[in-house]
Structures are given as structure tokens and as C-alpha cells.
Design a protein around this ligand. Structure first.
Ligand code: 4NP
Length: 150
């Protein structure tokens, strides 16, 4: 079984959406994948996803209401095989926690799955408008399809 962790800053917008999209793909295609998400910050621990993210996901028939935010920990390097971060700031926050080459090799920017070697970022929609959430959905969905089905 592949064990995949999605990581952003707050674990209330981008990474829970990535988790929800993966859970839907896993269920639809009966994939042998386990998925979780976490934030590099502790700002929103135990909170449900942002209402705007929940609403956007719901428009795509994905229910995020049971998810709760947690903080990324150093133990996640051992618990997961693949760790996908949304932007370069998340990447830095994760990489500073380890010098272990095996741990480091598990980490990549999510959008390198859909746009190989381009080091593109999923923009942070938290301080933006509703349109930002749909853009973020499309970016994350495209990358998750590649991760799950290629
Ligand atoms: P996320 O978005 O990292 O996609 O969950 C954010 C959520 C909260 C904050 C920043 C980004 N914040 O600063 O509280």
C-alpha cells in the first residue's frame, strides 16, 4: 500500500482538499493507497477545513466536513512514503526538519506530479477571493489524477 501525505501551511484549505480528492479517487478506483494531510503551522489544529474550501469541494461532490487540521511532525517522514507539499514555503518548512536522505527523497512539490520538473506552486487561496478556490481545485485535481492513476 502506498502511504501519501498532503501538506500545506494551515491544513484547512489546500491539503485537506488534496486529501478529499484522493479519497474520492481511491474509493472510485479501489486503489491501494492510504492518504492523510497536515499543515506545517499549528495555527488551526483540530479545526475543520475553511468554509470556502468545504463549499468548493462540495460543488465537486467531495465532502470535507469530517476532516480536522493537524500539524506535520518529524514522525511523518517514517509514516508516509510520499509527501507532497503545496508551495516552496511548505517545502522549506518540511525540509528543515530532517537531514536524512531517505526522508528527503520522499518530499516533492505536488504540482511536479502534473508539471514535471517545473517546481510550480499551488497558490494559497486563504486571503484571496472565491475564484481562487476553483483555480486551486483544478490544479490539485489534475496532480492527484496523475498521482493516483498513472
Ligand atoms: P492552507 O491555507 O495552507 O492552504 O491551509 C492557509 C490557511 C490559513 C492560513 C494561511 C494559509 N493562515 O495564515 O491562518
Amino acid at each position: 500500500m502506498r502511504k501519501i501525505l498532503m501538506v500545506c501551511l494551515g491544513n484547512i484549505c489546500r491539503s485537506p482538499l488534496a486529501e478529499g480528492i484522493m479519497l474520492k479517487l481511491i474509493s472510485e478506483h479501489q486503489l491501494d493507497i492510504q492518504v492523510d494531510s497536515a499543515g506545517t503551522s499549528g495555527y488551526h489544529i483540530d479545526e475543520a477545513p475553511d468554509k470556502r474550501t468545504i463549499l468548493n469541494a462540495y460543488e465537486h461532490k467531495i465532502d470535507l466536513t469530517d476532516l480536522r487540521a493537524r500539524q506535520f511532525t518529524i514522525h511523518d517522514f517514517d509514516r508516509f512514503d510520499e509527501i507532497y507539499v503545496m508551495d516552496k514555503s511548505n517545502l522549506k518548512n518540511v525540509l528543515v526538519l530532517t537531514n536524512n536522505e531517505h526522508h528527503l527523497s520522499k518530499v516533492d512539490l505536488l504540482l511536479n506530479a502534473s508539471h514535471p520538473n517545473q517546481n510550480k506552486e499551488v497558490p494559497d487561496p486563504y486571503f484571496g477571493d472565491e475564484k481562487g478556490f476553483e483555480h486551486v481545485f483544478n490544479l490539485i485535481h489534475h496532480a492527484c489524477l496523475k498521482i493516483a492513476l498513472d
